[in-house]
Design a protein around this ligand. Sequence first.
Ligand code: TLP
Length: 350
Amino acid sequence: MIDLRSDTVTKPTPAMRKAMFEAEVGDDVYGEDPTVNRLEADAAAIAGKEAALFVPTGTMGNTIAIKLLTEHGQEVICDSRAHILDYELAMVAWFSGCVVRAVPTPNGILSAEEVLRALRPAGPHIAPTGAVAIEQTHNMAGGMVYPVSTVGEICDAAHAKGVRVHIDGARIFNAAAALGIPVQEIAARADTVMFCLSKALGAPAGSILAGPADLIAKGRLYRKRLGGGMRQVGILAAAGLIALHDSPAKLPIDHANAKFLAEGLAAIPGIQIDPAKVATNIVVFDIADTGLVPAEVSAALRQRGVLMNAINQRCLRAVTHYDVDRAQCAEALTAIRETVAVRIAAPKTS
Ligand code: TLP
């Protein structure tokens, strides 16, 4: 199978498996797992924040961040296709008692002006804004990257109104690779940042939430409350350390493969995609003009050994990662080309 459904499907590398086998461990709920402690210290330094917390998933990291930055009965501003809105089981409402103020954007990237327009002060009828969340890179918008200046402008605008900013940086290392700058430069003015070790960086599980020491200390308690106190989890942190230190340098290969896929897709009749906009490892393409629906194409591709998810009524998403090489991307392109061509060639029955 050529699995382009997500970079979450990456398998741990031999180096990760070896490190997991040899990991020194302790009870992390007592703060006694030396490997977790090392991972959290290194992650905080890389994020440029005072402290970091190892959490099982990106969803838990985002959930804790929103809880830390808001009070019950507030609003959280994000763009209308944000992961925290569409794919985290309404955690903003469930754990933090807030509602989302979704701002539609053409490409997933908010501007400071849009954030300022959406910000709501307290009033007799109004739930005030508690936090702003931005997604770097933006998943459903095709791995779009926020320019670092825009991140800074949004943070400054929000802070001027007393509102804090969280970065859902599940793929912030992809953004850093695309921008050619360190992660800490992207996250510098945000209050909290979450990033995943388990996606393109390849760890089997685990994410990081980084921010000021007092918030992260409180976040540790929320993690426990959510059932995320994981005991001898240095086994996973050992893989996380390799993900953190060794994997980022390899991301440009995934990005080049995504660009290759996008260019190949753009040449297929009926498929809409602008390869110039593909800057990281996510390729979202529109197949509406082929007359097929994405779920059908996804099912047909599966028959040919290629896995890709339909993400709405028009689009499929392909995500490149280190377990899919250039030759497999070329095979995937052939499979798509032939799947779509069969339909275009077939006479319409209705
Ligand atoms: N994204 C997954 C699916 O949930 C859609 C994927 O395959 O891309 N923030 C962003 C921007 C994400 O893309 C994801 C996962 C998360 C948070 C949540 O991470 P996990 O899966 O570790 O909870």
